[in-house]
Design a protein around this ligand. Structure first.
Ligand code: TRP
Length: 334
């Protein structure tokens, strides 16, 4: 049996947050022990809706690499690379674009949500609606078989596999390989405002690089139970964001159950409850902050890691591209 290959990426449009941690970073740290793993800074994908602000993308490439290193993604085990430094991906994208109808691209539920959220209905670009096709290139260039991502990325994997099947059937080949999404067991982490998803554009995120002060301010603003007005009132646990976080991050599960019972009975104030969450998140973030600060002391070294990874990634993508060109009768030079 062939060894699985893991590929994922992030758009570098801001530092990574707890939602990223729960949704994909934690599985990447685990998976690098067992598999060949590639983690991509999707700067070109980030530009599809940030083309007016390239400086933002540029700055965040460094921040996201720091986040990776801080959570324990190890460049000895994981190839960390920058998408734009692997131009083979964009040539693959052009070939794949022929295999996807415009209607199919417009049906992608994640793309639809983003178009609405970002008010792009009137003027959405071709680049933006086709980014899932480019993502198929990211995955297939490395023959990725496992893609640890959050729930919202499932449509991308589906689109990738449709392209793989169409390509292999049309050109009578098995050059491209289907991929499987790997979802973490944890449920999706809601935003501090109670929105279903944590996101930088939604302004409801707790970042891995937040200071203690920022962290406690955010927890204190967290959505609880609007019906829980007086400390003595019985409160609701379901839909209460503080409990959603405790469920995920508090290692003392029994204590969480006690807090839930107490909150339901009445007599447990939101402030006391939030102080417990601050304590839990501080303990979780402390070692991450510590490592981030160490790496941040040598930014040139951080960049070198990404550049070396990109060279390695380019060699692999070039190999897949050569196979693709051959089956597409584009192998003029052999
Ligand atoms: N679309 C992903 C996100 O927004 C980023 C991404 C780009 C990606 N290319 C990828 C994820 C390939 C997994 C595989 O987070």
């Amino acid at each position: 049996m062939k060894k699985d290959i893991v590929l994922t990426g992030d758009r570098p449009t801001g530092p990574l947050h707890l939602g990223h941690y729960v949704g994909s970073l934690v599985s990447r740290v685990e998976m690098q022990q067992k598999y060949d793993q590639f983690v991509m800074l999707a700067d070109v994908q980030a530009l599809t809706d940030n083309y007016e602000n390239p400086q933002k993308v540029r700055e965040n490439v460094g921040e996201v690499v720091l986040d990776y290193l801080a959570v324990g993604i190890d460049p000895q085990k994981t190839t960390i690379f920058i998408q734009s430094l692997v131009p083979q991906l964009f040539e693959l994208t052009v070939y794949y674009l022929n295999l996807v109808t415009l209607n199919r691209a417009l049906r992608n539920p994640t793309v639809k949500t983003e178009i609405k959220q970002k008010n792009m209905e009137e003027n959405v670009s071709l680049g933006f609606v086709s980014y899932p096709v480019s993502q198929a290139a990211d995955i297939t260039a490395f023959k990725g078989t496992l893609v640890p991502v959050g729930q919202d990325q499932l449509p991308m994997i589906e689109q990738t596999n449709e392209i793989v099947r169409t390509f292999n059937r049309l050109y009578q080949t098995d050059v491209l390989v289907e991929a499987k999404a790997v979802l973490t067991k944890a449920q999706r982490l809601p935003g501090i405002d109670g929105a279903a998803k944590m996101g930088k554009s939604l302004g409801n995120a707790i970042y891995l690089c937040d200071s203690s002060k920022q962290l406690s301010e955010k927890v204190m603003r967290m959505y609880t139970d609007p019906g829980h007005v007086h400390v003595a009132d019985p409160g609701k646990v379901e839909g209460n964001i503080v409990f959603a976080y405790l469920d995920i991050f508090d290692p003392e599960k029994e204590k969480v159950e006690e807090l839930k019972a107490h909150y339901r009975r009445g007599g447990l104030g939101d402030v006391v409850l939030k102080k417990r969450l601050i304590e839990v998140l501080e303990a979780f973030l402390a070692p991450i902050r510590q490592r981030r600060a160490e790496f941040a002391g040598d930014r040139a070294q951080v960049m070198r890691i990404a550049l070396e990874g990109s060279k390695k990634a380019e060699a692999i993508a070039a190999n897949t591209l050569a196979q693709v060109r051959a089956v597409m009768k584009l192998d003029y030079i052999k």
